[in-house]
Each structure stands twice: as structure tokens, then as C-alpha cells.
Design a protein around this ligand. Structure first.
Ligand SMILES: [Zn+2]
Length: 195
């Protein structure tokens, strides 16, 4: 199992070499998370609510790795994809985090221009990932539920995936580099239907 990478002085999880290598290629996105307060506007009310999204992000990535290491060996098949998801998941948080996400969804109810922007983002992610999220028999109702404002806490994931879509070729190179540097066989691209 990975070492527990806790820095007792700064009270946060340290990045390992893999994380530094992969996220180092997207330094702006990593640094941005340090400026985002995890609790959004709550930090205006509570002076101690200052934890950054970056601190949260480091914890998520570390827990994802421990989950993989602790499980049956079959889990390692998902190592690169789960690890990448942990590294990019928080890229999509708007300023003030969930409050802005909810604000955007509320604005989309009264302003068609905003609704069109959000619908376009969700559609582009669905196309890019060849997802079934907008089909009526899709159990999760992921796309309609987020667009109708039922799950404001999920909007950041769509925004993150949309960013990943734009960064995909650089991100793919970064994953291959990080995996090879860690001594593992580089992942191979799956054939994609539409991209
Ligand atoms: Zn879905």
C-alpha cells in the first residue's frame, strides 16, 4: 500500500511523484484549486471555514489510491483511469464552488442564453465520452437531472469533463508519461466511436 502521505506541519496530504508529474503539466489548474475555498461563500460567515479545494482534492486523490491498493488485484486494471479522474475531477469547480453552480442552474431557469450554454456543455461531454446520460432509459438520469437543477452538486463534474475534453490530447500524453515513469505499461487508447 502507498505510504500515508501526510504532512504534519502543513496538515495536508503531500503529492507523490506521479501526482507531481501529471498535475505539473497543468500547473495553472492545480494552483487555481488552492485559491478556491472549499466551502464557498460559507467562508464569509465562518472565519475558520478556509479549507481550500486543493486540500480536499489532495485527500480525494490519496483515498482513491488507497482504495485501489487495498482491493483485489483486479482493481489495478482501473488504476490509470481512476487515478486520472481523481486528478481532474475538481477542475470544474466555478468560483465559490457549489454556490456558483447552483446560481448558474437557477439563472438557466430564467435566462435562455444561460440554459443553452449549460445544455451545450452537457451535450458536448456526452458526445465526447459516448455516454448514454441523455437517453430516457438511462437509470441515472444524469444529464436531465443536472440541467433541471435537481442535482446542483453534480454540475462541477460536467464542467470538469468539459475541460478534460478540451485538454484531452495533452492529458493523454501526461497519463502515458506518468504511467511509464511509474514503471507500468502505458495505457492504450480505446477506439472511439465519434472522436
Ligand atoms: Zn449518466
Amino acid at each position: 500500500m502507498d505510504d500515508f502521505r501526510y504532512d504534519v506541519v502543513w496538515r495536508r496530504i503531500r503529492r507523490d511523484e506521479y501526482a507531481k508529474k501529471l498535475e505539473g503539466k497543468f500547473q495553472f489548474r492545480y494552483d487555481r484549486l488552492a485559491k478556491l475555498v472549499n466551502w464557498g461563500a460559507l467562508s464569509w460567515l465562518y472565519a475558520h471555514a478556509t479549507a481550500s479545494k486543493q486540500a480536499h482534492h489532495l485527500g480525494v486523490e490519496h483515498n482513491a489510491m488507497r482504495f485501489l491498493s487495498a482491493g483485489p488485484p483486479a482493481r489495478s486494471r482501473h488504476r490509470a483511469s481512476l487515478r486520472t479522474a481523481a486528478h481532474v475531477l475538481h477542475w470544474g469547480h466555478p468560483p465559490l464552488s457549489y454556490q456558483s453552480a447552483e446560481g448558474l442552474l437557477r439563472a438557466a431557469h430564467v435566462k435562455s442564453e444561460i440554459r443553452v450554454v449549460l445544455e451545450t456543455i452537457v451535450k458536448e461531454v456526452i458526445d465526447f465520452g459516448s455516454l448514454k446520460c441523455d437517453q430516457p432509459d438511462h437509470d441515472g438520469r444524469c444529464a436531465p437531472a443536472v440541467l433541471e437543477g435537481e442535482r446542483p452538486f453534480e454540475l462541477y463534474r460536467w464542467l470538469a469533463a468539459w475541460t478534460v475534453k478540451d485538454e484531452w490530447s495533452r492529458l493523454w500524453e501526461a497519463i502515458v508519461d506518468a504511467e511509464s515513469a511509474a514503471g507500468r505499461e502505458a495505457p492504450k487508447p480505446r477506439s472511439r466511436k465519434r472522436h
